[in-house]
Write a protein that binds this ligand. Structure first.
Ligand code: NAP
Length: 292
């Protein structure tokens, strides 16, 4: 078992941040410090620098982000400030202080025109401001930290807290008799609790606890594949809502930000490197609904 470590979790009020909070009790070998925007605004660079002068950590897990994908199209500066510039500063500080960094990124770095699950080395080509800013953060980390950082790209995150597709469907499904949902965007949902658990497994691994490891990107989502339509059907089926779901095409539901049509992530690398078993998305959906 590795020595006791102190982990800083940023963005602690977000979906994934909250999942780490739920996990904290099960990780007695770690001291976890949680900061939300009120305690540490990552866009306030001087405040951030001072914070790290007074507080020492072994590992930073960055869960903070600007995730309003459509709003980001017109609020580019804010999205870039948190998704890119703040991450660049975190990586700089982590490098200076010899702190390890785990950063969460997204399937939106891809253009979604592929027909097989994306591997980590597939060409990136973000189609939205959100995707561009998240990719810029990945590149800033890779440039700043040749070693001791890990970037986890994930997709379609949901949890019992925060705003997400599952909670939106439960709300609309209770209010309406029928709903139209897109069937030509294909991906994999990710239960935030599974993602947090997987990241803690990684953090406890021998590989991660080497004094030096090469900075790498890994893909993580739940297992399986579905469209938003299938996801909505499963949510209603599992929760006993009788709302009818009609499949529609992306062109019939215009949004400010373009989404990848296909963004299934290949998870072989993370599974093999860290000996991970990943739950099937429908099983994890049941877990989340039970928690709700
Ligand atoms: N949600 C998805 O479907 C999805 C998919 C792929 C990847 N990801 C990635 O997964 C990670 C976690 O996402 P999530 O779903 O947990 O996001 P989330 O629920 O939106 O949480 C993000 C958190 O970041 C905080 N934050 C924003 N600006 C900040 C700042 N300047 N300083 C400090 N904190 C700030 C937010 O606080 P406020 O509430 O105060 O704004 C929020 O609590 C992110 O990196 C995201 O890009 C998410």
């Amino acid at each position: 078992m590795p020595k006791a470590q102190t982990i800083l979790i940023t963005g602690s009020q977000g979906q994934v941040g909250q999942s780490f909070m739920r996990l904290a009790d099960q990780c007695p070998h770690y001291s976890m410090v949680f900061v939300d925007r009120t305690k540490l605004d990552l866009c306030q660079h001087e405040q951030v620098r001072q914070y790290f002068q007074h507080n020492q950590f072994d590992l930073i897990i960055n869960c903070a982000a600007y995730t309003a994908v459509d709003k980001a199209e017109s609020d580019t500066a804010s999205a870039d400030a948190i998704n890119h510039l703040a991450v660049k500063q975190l990586a700089t500080i982590a490098k200076e202080q010899n702190v390890k960094l785990i950063h969460i990124s997204t399937d939106y770095v891809f253009n979604g025109q592929q027909y097989r699950p994306y591997i980590e080395t597939d060409p990136v080509d973000p189609q939205s401001v959100y995707g561009v800013t998240k990719l810029a953060a990945e590149q800033a980390i890779m440039q700043t930290m040749e070693n001791n950082a890990l970037i986890v790209r994930t997709s379609w995150v949901y949890s019992p807290t925060g705003s997400n597709f599952v909670k939106t469907m439960l709300k609309l499904g209770a209010e309406r008799d029928s709903l139209a949902v897109i069937y030509d965007q294909i991906g994999t949902p990710t239960y935030a609790n599974d993602l947090a658990q997987a990241i803690m497994t990684v953090a406890q691994s021998e590989e991660f606890n080497k004094a030096i490891f090469t900075t790498e990107i890994y893909h993580y989502s739940n297992e399986g594949v579905c469209s938003w339509y299938d996801f909505a059907k499963a949510i209603f089926g599992e929760s006993g809502l009788s709302c009818q779901v009609t499949p529609i095409e992306t062109k019939d539901y215009p949004t400010a930000a373009k989404r990848p049509a296909y963004s299934v992530l290949n998870k072989s690398k993370i599974k093999q490197t860290f000996n991970l078993t990943i739950p099937y998305w429908r099983e994890s959906l049941k877990m989340c609904l039970a928690e709700l």
